[in-house]
Write a new protein. Structure first.
Length: 103
């Protein structure tokens, strides 16, 4: 669990303190020291972006600590500014034959 108590509020501030893991259950980004949230690592960043809205998911849904979530927001913003991540609204084609006569 990444929070204290019964109901989830904010996640912990950081999983690493003084160079060591400070908790028994670190977030996914702190758990793997070779996992780097970098703007050019687009495949990793797309896992944290909602496919419907194109926005970054909250830390309560991703399970990241607050420090890594801030790094994620910065990396996604830099990748969007560089044009590496784009969000296109899917085109929906409607069939109006049900509503109008075939005149």
């Amino acid at each position: 669990r990444n929070h204290k108590g019964l109901y989830p509020r904010k996640t912990r501030k950081t999983c690493v303190r003084k160079g060591f893991l400070a908790t028994g259950n670190p977030c996914p980004a702190c758990r793997d020291e070779y996992l780097i949230l970098h703007p050019k690592n687009v495949d990793l960043l797309k896992q944290f972006i909602s496919p419907q809205t194109g926005q970054v998911l909250s830390y309560s849904k991703t399970g990241l600590c607050q420090m890594k979530h801030l790094e994620l927001l910065v990396a996604v913003e830099q990748a969007m500014d560089a044009g590496l991540i784009t969000f296109d609204v899917p085109f929906r084609k409607y069939d109006y034959s049900e509503y109008y006569d075939k005149e």
